[in-house]
Design a protein around this ligand. Sequence first.
Ligand SMILES: C[S@@+](CC[C@H](N)C(=O)[O-])C[C@H]1O[C@@H](n2cnc3c(N)ncnc32)[C@H](O)[C@@H]1O
Length: 207
Amino acid sequence: MSFYENRILPWLIDVGCGTSPIMKQRAKVVPGASGAVLEIGMGSGHNLAFYDPAQVDLVWGLEPSAGMRRRAEPRLRTSPVPVRWLDLPGERVPLEDDSVDTVVLTYTLCTIPDWSAALRQMRRVLKPEGRLLFCEHGAAPDPQVRAWQARINPGWRRLCGGCNLDRDIPGLLAQGGFEIDRLETGYIPGTPRIAAFNYWGSARATG
Ligand SMILES: C[S@@+](CC[C@H](N)C(=O)[O-])C[C@H]1O[C@@H](n2cnc3c(N)ncnc32)[C@H](O)[C@@H]1O
């Protein structure tokens, strides 16, 4: 692994994902988690402060990057809920079928290479009545912003650890076997428009 991937990228993601508009987005989604939680791509642990200890028993923090796990350590020490690391990618969730009440997915579906396999894993581990809570940036509705997203995406992806600016988040969730029961969208403030269009809400596995 290069110095960039191990040290610089985790710092960049930590700072980029910790801006005030993004933290406000987390506050709209994460407090809804309950029971046994699986967080996919937990990164540097920015969501931890938003879990309600009265509702959450345990968070499985799945994060394949050692650099990101290292950056999360200070937040783990002050976490209001217990956390156990899973140092694997979302395509390989090592939990039992029907074992999780909530899957939390924030700013990660943009990055997972095989998003279809990862969503299959999330469906597999979710209990039938379980919920997926998500908040992701993705494809913007405005043609001009969308064109810039397409132009910039190849360089952005290389710089930002595989992150894509233009994924169709509701489309991917539907193709992955999730039915969205709450969806809100909008450009978040104080963020370049190419990365500002957010999708957030909740979904259930179909069938
Ligand atoms: C932009 S960061 C978001 C981190 C965190 N979810 C947050 O909200 O701050 C994307 C994260 O996805 C992780 N990631 C990359 N490939 C992954 C994969 N295949 N499965 C799960 N997570 C992955 C990265 O290591 C990184 O921590």
